[in-house]
Design a protein around this ligand. Sequence first.
Ligand SMILES: [Zn+2]
Length: 315
Amino acid sequence: MHPRSENVFSGLALDRNAEQRDDAEWIAAQLADPRARFLLLGAEGHALAQREIDALRVILAEERAALLPSATPSYLGADEAGPFFALNAEGRDAARVAAELGGDFIDLRSAGTRLQAFEAGLFAYARALSHWQSRTRFCSVCGAPAVVVTAGHRARCTNPDCAIEHFPRVDPAMIVIVSHGDACLLGRQATWPERRFSTLAGFVEPGESLEDTVRREVFEEAGVRVGECAYHSSQPWPFPASLMVGFTAEAVDPAIRLGGELAEARWFTADEIVRGLAERTLGLSPPLSVSFRLIEHWLRENAGVELRALIDAAR
Ligand SMILES: [Zn+2]
């Protein structure tokens, strides 16, 4: 059995109160709650964080009233300490608030390794929602302007003859560790550093199950036919709108025939990974990623080796 998912950005302990977002009075009451906290997103979806410690600099209700009274908040949810909202500010507004509160903006990738799990997950959620809002300014059916409704979670077309509602989108992508005998299949894209390898990945296409995508992508990228495959874990990956779905799989035949996407694909035994990391002739995806978790899982199952210990030892 696979262990419970502990992927970065996942498992956010927040009550989203999805069934109440349409209730304008209820949302107004949450906004008026003096315990309300606001996560500020600036340019490129970076979040306001504290300068001295690795933590978000959430804006308190009274600070928001003073500093950003006109920005439209999106409701994220609540924990036992009160409601959370996301706010967007760019350019001069963002810089002014950051200076006033003594904070700096950080990107989600560094947040994934620096912030505690709850804050990293909250940031990922807010960033995904905000990115969708910024890309849903017009109705994709009739072209009229769209307005964000439902406390940030839907967009409605302003053309009364259309009035269609648009929902936040999430683009599923699969990522897979393929094994054969005592080795696993890793690939390197041409744009990556020389020795950097990762598990294979690809977006789900219309009309495919996740398992179909696993089989198609592994064959397209490495020419390897996959037999059995099984779900491992998943991860919100808002760069900008993906859901990464991790799989383990067995190759029917180890012969590799490279497609156009990868510069290199190779079978690695556990020994080769251990040696490669120790000698710094092999680089893997960061611990933040499902790719890391899949390789970690494979090494543990196949060689009783802990990937995090290998990485720490190589530092
Ligand atoms: Zn429309």
